[in-house]
Design a protein around this ligand. Structure first.
Ligand SMILES: C[S@@+](CC[C@H](N)C(=O)[O-])C[C@H]1O[C@@H](n2cnc3c(N)ncnc32)[C@H](O)[C@@H]1O
Length: 370
């Protein structure tokens, strides 16, 4: 399903990948020096106290020329990335839609077939309609044509560029990380019904099929175009996933119908009030003893790191993401009825390097048992 870039588009995609790698490796670290040696001192002189939290750091840094320079380039890299992936998608748009339609027609027979169920009456939550997330026109959810799949094609290619290819050729690394974690923690469990929330194109869903081929795997998202793409992509890759359009805050699945509910980098793209509802829904959906796992990017520990991680909120239309900065996910899960939830820091060799405004390559895994 991936659109094929022509020579110039491929060159542009390669350039923006390298550009973002350069910013991450060589330019981001200078923010710390600019902060310690200049912005912080200026702030102290003007305010009579050191920056107290990430908001104070932001006030200090937004006036600093080094930060301004990096931030402008980082923003431009996001815009360039969009341009480099949207052009080939637009050129192959009719063919992509046709491929998706054909896959829905079931012309390819799989041993066990997946499915796609869309709900045109679903109200996409405001945390997705209020802004074009990641500067992507229309975000994940907008249909610009009948049976549109463009948002999915754009996400598939852009995610790879955004994370410098660290998720592997099928963008599967996050799913592999979480399946690996689950298998290590519960080697004897073979989940029979798995739900992946906020699946987008199903890139992190497919590793669950690989790890548990006998399981019935469901995947939901609020956005129709990414789901159409996900379904066609999964079929092309020979994986049987049941995709459906639903809000993780409240789904139509029966109470207690899953023994494992997971998500991969979805929570920070919801909202603080949605989070309570999502955890309560996970609790409702799980059978007694079932497991909830949410993989998330870290949000930093020092005020400077928290400020840098929130760059996306202020400059890349992840407008609602900053709510995660100081949220105690384990405490919220406990309030939703889960037993002994904990937030695990998972260190990996591969990771979202350019997002690593801290020195550690870590992912956060919220783990809780029903
Ligand atoms: C960053 S993408 C993650 C996609 C995929 N899980 C991955 O690992 O790359 C977040 C996805 O969550 C979806 N999403 C956000 N809020 C949701 C909600 N309340 N219910 C279902 N999906 C949601 C978005 O539409 C988007 O496709």
């Amino acid at each position: 399903m991936l659109p094929r870039p022509n020579h110039d588009e491929a060159a542009r995609q390669a350039f923006v990948t390298a550009f973002r790698g350069h910013l991450a490796a060589n330019v981001v670290p200078g923010n710390k020096i600019a902060y310690e040696r200049r912005a912080k001192l200026k702030f102290e002189a003007a305010q009579g106290h050191a920056p107290r939290d990430e908001h104070d750091v932001r006030r200090a840094m937004e006036a600093d020329p080094y930060y301004q320079f990096w931030s402008a380039m980082q923003r431009r890299s996001q815009e360039l990335m969009g341009e480099a992936v949207i052009d080939p998608t637009e050129r192959e748009w009719p063919q992509l839609i046709e491929r998706s339609r054909t896959s829905r027609g079931g012309t390819r027979q799989l041993k066990r077939s997946g499915s796609l169920r869309l709900d045109p009456s679903l109200v996409v939550p405001r945390y997705h309609t209020a802004v074009d997330i990641h500067l992507q026109p229309g975000g994940y959810h907008t249909d610009y044509a009948d049976d549109d799949v463009a948002a999915g094609a754009i996400y598939d290619r852009a995610l790879n560029i955004y994370l410098n290819g660290t998720l592997g050729p099928r963008n599967a690394f996050m799913g592999e990380l979480l399946t690996g974690y689950f298998a290590t923690q519960w080697p004897d469990r073979k989940p029979a019904r798995i739900l992946d929330m906020g699946c987008a194109i199903g890139n992190s869903t497919l590793p669950w099929i690989d790890a548990y081929p006998a399981a019935e795997v469901h995947a939901i998202d609020v956005a129709a175009p990414v789901l159409r793409y996900a379904h066609a992509r999964a079929r092309a890759l020979g994986a049987a996933v049941h995709f459906s359009q639903a809000n993780a805050e409240r789904t139509a699945f029966a109470t207690g119908s899953f023994d494992l509910v997971v998500s991969h980098i979805m929570l920070h793209e919801t909202s603080r009030s949605a989070l309570d509802r999502i955890f309560r829904e996970c609790h409702r959906l799980l059978a007694p003893g079932g497991i909830m796992l949410h993989l998330e990017i870290p949000r930093g520990t020092t005020a400077l790191e928290k400020f840098l991680f929130n760059w996306e909120t202020y400059n890349n239309n992840e407008t609602f993401g900053a709510y995660m900065t100081n949220v105690d996910l384990a405490a919220l899960a406990r309030n939703s009825g889960f037993r002994s939830p904990s937030l695990v820091k998972q260190r990996t060799e591969r990771g979202p390097e350019q997002r690593l405004y801290s020195s550690e390559t870590v992912w956060n895994i919220l783990m809780a048992q029903r």
